[in-house]
Design a protein around this ligand. Structure first.
Ligand SMILES: C[S@@+](CC[C@H](N)C(=O)[O-])C[C@H]1O[C@@H](n2cnc3c(N)ncnc32)[C@H](O)[C@@H]1O
Length: 209
């Protein structure tokens, strides 16, 4: 499958408004870097949950490693990959959140959607991603923003049964580690719902020791 073949992203994006679809299109364009597919590319996704985005990357010819801290979701993700006949192109694994398990320079591309808000220490994870991604590797983070006070209140009301105590929604201030660790090529923000799409490149010249 080629990205140019009239792909309908809605299924793979799975949830959220049309803004999430639009930003995912932007993400794909950044990761593809002018190519039609991801052949010969190793892609890391954190937090795949249902695995739909991992399947999309695999359908576009990437070799995908997808790590999630919740083991329960991975059997659903496995079934999803079988449904699309891409199980042999994706390795779904559970881990404890410590990215030391991945070797330096082992991936060409990185993607996550709605995951960093659940990660307390962005510096730690981003530093690992810098180490794990090859020099020049591209990364996209599509993340829930905090938004203004009213939007945040409405969200909390809509999802009033969710536990927000451990949520770290992105703000302009919390973009700092992304900007310090990666070269930022483009940041797209939407107001409602508040989403950040951060398109970045790993400009390290060699892995830190
Ligand atoms: C809101 S869900 C988003 C799932 C999927 N990316 C999507 O957009 O539908 C957040 C996912 O991130 C996972 N997660 C949270 N912290 C993580 C971490 N440090 N590393 C990998 N996955 C993580 C959760 O278990 C969950 O599957």
């Amino acid at each position: 499958m080629k990205y140019t073949s009239g792909l309908d992203l809605k299924y793979y994006v799975e949830w959220g408004s049309c803004s999430w679809n639009r930003l995912t299109h932007l993400a794909l364009r950044h990761l593809l870097d002018g190519k039609d597919d991801f052949s010969q590319k190793d892609l890391l996704e954190l937090g795949p949950r249902s695995g739909k985005m991992s399947c999309l990357f695999a359908l576009l010819e990437a070799s995908v490693t997808a790590l999630d801290i919740r083991e329960e979701s991975l059997s659903i993700a496995e079934q999803e990959s079988q449904k699309h006949s891409v199980a042999d192109k994706i390795s779904f694994k559970s881990y404890n959140g410590d990215l030391s398990i991945l070797e330096d320079d082992s991936f060409d591309l990185y993607f996550s959607k709605s995951v960093f808000f659940a990660i307390p220490d962005h510096y730690e994870v981003l530093s690992h991603l810098q180490r794990i991604l090859k020099p020049g590797g591209r990364a996209v983070f599509i993340e829930n923003g905090y938004g203004n006070g009213l939007i945040h209140w409405l969200r909390k009301f809509k999802h009033r049964h969710w536990d927000y105590s451990g949520a770290h929604f992105l703000t302009e201030e919390s973009l700092k580690p992304f900007k310090e660790i990666f070269q930022i090529d483009h940041i797209e923000r939407t107001l409602f719902p508040p989403i950040y799409c951060i398109c970045a490149t790993n400009t390290k010249t060699s892995s830190p020791t």
